[in-house]
Design a protein around this ligand. Structure first.
Ligand SMILES: *Cc1c(COP(=O)(O)O)cnc(C)c1O
Length: 224
């Protein structure tokens, strides 16, 4: 028998709890391509954070009230010309990977009198053409963040290579622990966001405390 959306959310929560062994883990429902009514239903079922990849979808579903009662995270690559639509208006931007993007977000948030929480996205697999900064570029980005009033770095995010994702969880966790120990200004290493539908339990066992689960909760996507 096919599971309902509510049952799938409950199952993911059970799996998360078992993998985390009592550590708190934030479940982010990755809702790209999914309609506002389905997202609203997931929020009613207790999903406390929704992740969106596309600014246009965020704006449409936000206007429809889909996220009311939940946090909204931007998890997809963010173009600088779209920053004005999200900075200072979402709870977390998980996909910041360059100093110019960080500065643009800080400027926009500050103009609204807000501080935008962000994660720095790391291209941990070193894949050409993929978003995320190189691990060696992280230090420079963290130093940039220290001088910006409109942003607060809350942790790291990664989308490892699909064919071998599990191999990259431990290296990401090391990076996360190393940076936390260095204590940069304006940086608190609160969240390590990694793990998706196929591997979130493994990611948690390796140290993730934020997972982004899409297709298992919302069903397969028809496009993208
Ligand atoms: C789509 C997406 C997810 C969720 O992927 P699933 O395999 O459907 O769980 C997580 N993170 C990002 C950045 C995504 O774009």
């Amino acid at each position: 028998m096919e599971m309902t959306l509510e049952q799938r959310i409950a199952l993911v929560r059970e799996n998360i709890e078992r993998a985390a062994g009592g550590r708190p883990v934030t479940l982010v429902g990755a809702a790209k391509t999914k309609p506002a009514d389905l997202v609203a239903r997931a929020v009613r079922a207790g999903l406390t954070a929704i992740g969106e990849n596309y600014v246009q979808e965020f704006r449409e579903k936000s206007a429809a009230g889909a996220y009311d009662g939940a946090q909204v995270h931007i998890i997809g690559h963010l173009q600088q010309n779209k920053v004005k639509y999200v900075a200072g208006q979402v709870d977390l931007i998980q996909s910041v990977d360059s100093a110019p993007l960080l500065a643009a977000i800080a400027r926009r948030a500050a103009s609204l009198g807000r501080v935008q929480d962000v994660l720095l996205e790391v291209n941990i697999g070193g894949e050409a053409g993929k978003s995320g900064c190189a691990p060696q570029a992280l230090e420079g980005l963290l130093e940039t963040a220290a001088g910006l009033d409109g942003v607060h770095v809350r942790g790291l995010m990664a989308i490892p290579p699909a064919e071998d994702a599990r191999a990259y969880f431990a290296p990401m966790a090391h990076l996360f622990v190393d940076i936390a120990a260095k204590k940069y200004d304006n940086v608190s290493m609160d969240f390590l966001s990694m793990g998706m539908s196929d591997d979130y339990e493994d990611a948690i066992r390796q140290g993730a405390n934020m997972v982004r689960v899409g297709s298992f909760i919302f069903g397969p996507r028809n496009y993208i």
